[in-house]
Ligand binder design. Sequence first.
Ligand code: NDP
Length: 338
Amino acid sequence: METMRRIVLASRPEAAPGPENFRLETAPLPSPGEGEVLVRVRWLSLDPYMRGRMSAGPSYAAPVEIGQTMGGQGVGEVIASRAPELSEGDLVLGGVGWADHACLPAGELRRLDPALPPTTALGVLGMPGFTGWVGLTEHGRPRPGETLVVAAATGPVGSMVGQLARAQGLRAIGIAGGAEKCRIATETFGFDACLDHRAHEDARSLRKALAAEAPDGVDIYFENVGGKVLEAVLPLMADFGRIPLCGAIAWYSGDAGHPDRLPALWRAILVKRLTVRGFIVTDHWDRLGDFLREVAPKVAAGEIGYLEDVADGLETAPAAFLAMLEGGNTGKTLVRVS
Ligand code: NDP
């Protein structure tokens, strides 16, 4: 019997997840039904939202059930097809999950442009890059001369936001974990400045350093992380500032803390007449074509750069995922599956 390998959710984490929450399994290789194709997975994308799907609480994405394959997007090659629109050898993008093979309806897969490296469909030109573009464009409403701050600045979302902001004449200040990531933020991604949040013991110290880099205040805080960084930035917001609320990774494992500080945060939103706009990329798929038309040529021309952090082998996915949640990645986290 032909088999495949997959990683399932073994248990739900109480707080920070660990390797014990995952299990590598062998299963019979499925064969495609009418309208389906069998895909050999080449690349798997690991993304912060997957932490939310490990928990049972209500969220915008349904939880993964215990014993179910961890969900996720990947790129693979069609190796058997019972759908007229896809043929053996086609390179496709879709929800393959943490597995080395996947059987999916052809309608759920997108054939990739062979001219671009396939991994770009998972990072810079995929869901995270699109998130940065749509969040900045629609909810940040950037104007030349303004100041923007974004954390996780070397990741696929933050690096897209920073590069787009710079290209539109904004001052882009990155926040990242460690001196090396800050060097990458300024040298590779062109941020005007980058602050290492790990070098600051508390929000007050980080705020002081940020105030020196943003003397006229922060017009756009593209919110990726929450936690200490949010506390540092919020009091520095300029009047009529915008906060596209994209993510809050510092709080994904339970420590949403500080309810006593909420009134102060709330008051800052009023006094400064801020616009805080939570958004989820899946509500914006209608803009994907606009994004690809604008950004894909710039990526192909090297005008927009990207970094990838590649782990080798499906079995390394849990460790790579756990490391990414803690900032152990530099660039888009990917697993080379085959
Ligand atoms: P990254 O590849 O940048 O990885 C996450 C990064 O978060 C880490 O590398 C680390 O960077 C940073 N981080 C982790 N913990 C903390 C912390 N306590 N304080 C500050 N920074 C921390 O991720 P992505 O670019 O894929 O995603 C960035 C954010 O965007 C996430 O919050 C994600 O959930 C969100 N997102 C939201 C979407 C939406 O639809 N709203 C869609 C896609 C992503 P460093 O070491 O530099 O601190």
